[in-house]
Ligand binder design. Structure first.
Ligand SMILES: [Zn+2]
Length: 216
């Protein structure tokens, strides 16, 4: 399946991409895979209003990972725009944002975890982005305690002039997507956020779709 992805050149150029492999990340679950340098990763929100917590690591050195705080100071904004790159804790680019049909993502908020759901009053087990991360990254990281700050795709966290930070309605429309190009061989992880107690997943978690592409 070929798919045209428009690079950030005012619509003057389009790059044909060939799907290498794709997957459905079922609601409330996680996914991880390797993306080689030069390959593209597309993440789609088919139903809309679904946040996806996202991480990336240097495949050759898992101590190096996409870092929200290092990215913010590099791009001088809260989230990269198409053409800009996410950076690592070693202060070099790992993924370029090539296409973004939603335009709203969060690099400030922690992934949901078992403690968050306990605060909502959940007594038993509840899926979480933190636990999805642990499960899908276990083959690469083993058991890990440290979870980097995720990029919360399609999640709307407003920052206001008075310093207030507030989670708002999820803005993504059905079919909204982001496309990344890998600068280095990367291990990437995604959690289709299981949060149903606030609007980050539109109050009803749904699937996300992922695809790894190469230039056709
Ligand atoms: Zn979550």
């Amino acid at each position: 399946m070929d798919e045209a992805v428009s690079l950030d050149l005012n619509g003057k150029l389009a790059l044909r991409l060939r799907l290498v492999r794709g997957a459905v990340v079922a609601a409330r679950t996680g996914w991880a895979d390797t993306v080689r340098a030069g390959q593209f990763l597309k993440i789609v929100d088919p139903q809309g209003k679904q946040a996806g917590d996202f991480w990336a690591f240097n495949a050759a050195n898992l101590d190096e990972h996409l870092s929200a705080m290092h990215t913010r100071v590099w791009v001088n904004r809260l989230c990269p725009r198409p053409g800009e790159s996410f950076h690592t804790n070693h202060r070099r680019p790992i993924l370029q944002l090539v296409q973004d049909t939603c335009g709203v993502h969060d690099l400030l908020t922690a992934p949901c975890d078992e403690h968050r759901y306990r605060l909502y009053g959940v007594q038993g087990e509840h899926a979480s982005c933190a636990n999805n991360f642990r499960q899908v990254m276990a083959p690469f990281l083993g058991s890990t305690r440290y979870i980097p700050q995720p990029v919360n795709l399609f999640m709307n966290v407003g920052v206001f002039p008075d310093g207030r930070v507030e989670t708002g309605d999820n803005p993504s429309k059905p079919g909204d997507c982001v496309v990344f190009k890998a600068w280095i061989d990367s291990i990437v992880a995604l959690s289709a956020c299981p949060q149903e107690f606030n609007p980050v997943a539109g109050w009803y978690p749904t699937d996300l779709h992922v695809g790894v592409y190469e230039a056709a």
